[in-house]
Design a binder for this molecule. Structure first.
Ligand SMILES: *Cc1c(COP(=O)(O)O)cnc(C)c1O
Length: 389
């Protein structure tokens, strides 16, 4: 009854979403802040004034959303945390947002360089389908985003998982020599997950220069807005670079399911071909409207990203003062452990106190907890709970 390909499937296990009580959720790297008020207003208006549109198919290629994303990237330099904010209200909403000098993109991102999909998880799956062959091992770090091996199973792509170095950074040399030995692609998250460590743009540039030119090089920038450097400026130098981004983390939109690729128009066309062979209309009308509105209020999201980064650094200090080992993070989460502390037990005790954090039982990282950074109040509550343990 069941197709034999099903034996290759090893589904991803997301952070738990229990309903038994009102937990403080610090386990799925969601943003603790709601979307910009402009998003709520726009979606409500779309649902009411343009209700008839919900009876029709949405724009299959999200053209207006692509244009809005391109515009936001050009105005922010593709990263929110270091932008300059001007004007706006106290919430940051409506504030103009200009890139810092180092983040300015040296060309104009155009809509034909954007592919939009139903969350970056779907976008990633199409990237796997379009660019990774079954005849050579895809190079990626171990550890990185744990959905990549899931897709590799789904699409029958063999993996070459290169262990992280002792300091939890990527083993760039080994990844590059393996990629060149097999003429194959490389994928990783930058900043990486679950470590939170980022490579600088210059480090990624050197990697792409040394990697196979005829294979796609994929950088997943899900967390870049919290302190990393975007590789979007490198698209001027490399036609094989594919950058994957999401609205789920820094754009407070995990429930809207929006992700996108920034790459050359040629590579975007290939991903579109996959989409049109599998799911013609990946983004519904309301999410397209919400996404367009979000892109118009980058100032609000920059404000939120800065709040998260400040809270992260405070919480890291708190843990270090108490003897925890904290990997320096450029993201909205931290990866921490402490000698003599059993991570799984600590996770359970914190849960009993009403806060969810993430524990992976994966060998090699089973001593760590991954803690998403929430609001100031949420982190104060976690501090209180941890001091009582
Ligand atoms: C959260 C995350 C994603 C998935 O984002 P969605 O857009 O919600 O599907 C992709 N890559 C990494 C590294 C992530 O952490």
């Amino acid at each position: 009854m069941i197709a034999s390909r099903m034996k290759n499937l090893h589904p991803y296990v997301p952070g738990e979403q229990p309903k038994d009580r009102d937990y403080i959720k610090l386990n799925a790297n969601e943003n603790p802040y709601p979307p910009s008020p402009l998003v709520s207003k726009t979606v409500a208006k779309a649902a009411k004034k343009y209700a008839a549109k919900m009876a029709l198919y949405p724009d299959p290629d999200s053209n207006e959303l692509k244009a809005a994303i391109a515009d936001m990237l050009n105005k922010t330099g593709g990263v929110l945390c270091r932008t300059e904010l001007k004007g706006g209200k106290k919430s940051g909403s409506g504030a103009a947002c200009t890139p810092s000098a180092t983040d300015k993109i040296p060309f104009s991102v155009t809509p034909d360089m954007i592919y939009c999909g139903n969350g970056s998880d779907e976008v990633l799956s199409f990237v796997f389908y379009a660019f990774f062959d079954g005849d050579r091992p895809l190079v990626l770090p171990n550890f990185t985003y744990s959905f990549y091996p899931v897709y590799a199973g789904f699409y029958n792509v063999p993996l070459d998982q290169v262990p992280l170095k002792a300091d939890w950074t990527l083993d760039k040399e080994k990844m590059l020599s393996d990629a060149n030995a097999h003429d194959t692609s490389i994928i990783f998250a930058n900043p990486n997950a679950p470590t939170g460590i980022a490579l600088s743009r210059d480090e990624v540039r050197k990697m792409i220069q040394a990697a196979p030119k005829d294979r796609v090089f994929v950088v997943d920038e899900a967390y870049v807005d919290f302190g990393g450097e975007s590789c979007i400026p490198l698209l001027a130098e490399f036609s094989n670079l594919v950058i994957v981004r999401t609205f789920s983390k820094s754009l407070c939109g995990a429930g809207m399911r929006l992700g996108y690729v920034v790459a050359s128009p040629e590579l975007v066309n290939h991903i579109t071909t996959v989409k049109n062979s599998l799911n013609h209309f990946p983004i519904d009308f309301l999410s397209q409207q919400g996404g367009i509105a979000a892109c118009k209020d980058a100032g609000y999201y920059a404000h939120c990203a800065k709040l998260v980064a400040v809270e992260r650094d405070r919480f890291c200090d708190f843990l270090r003062e108490r003897g925890w080992f904290v990997i320096p993070s450029q993201t909205n989460f931290i990866f921490v452990k402490k000698d003599g502390v059993r991570a799984e037990e600590t996770y359970r005790k914190i849960k009993q106190a009403g806060i969810l954090v993430r524990h992976f039982s994966t060998p090699g990282i089973e001593e760590f907890l991954r803690i998403t950074i929430g609001t100031h109040e949420q982190m104060n509550e976690l501090k209180r709970v941890m001091d009582n343990l």
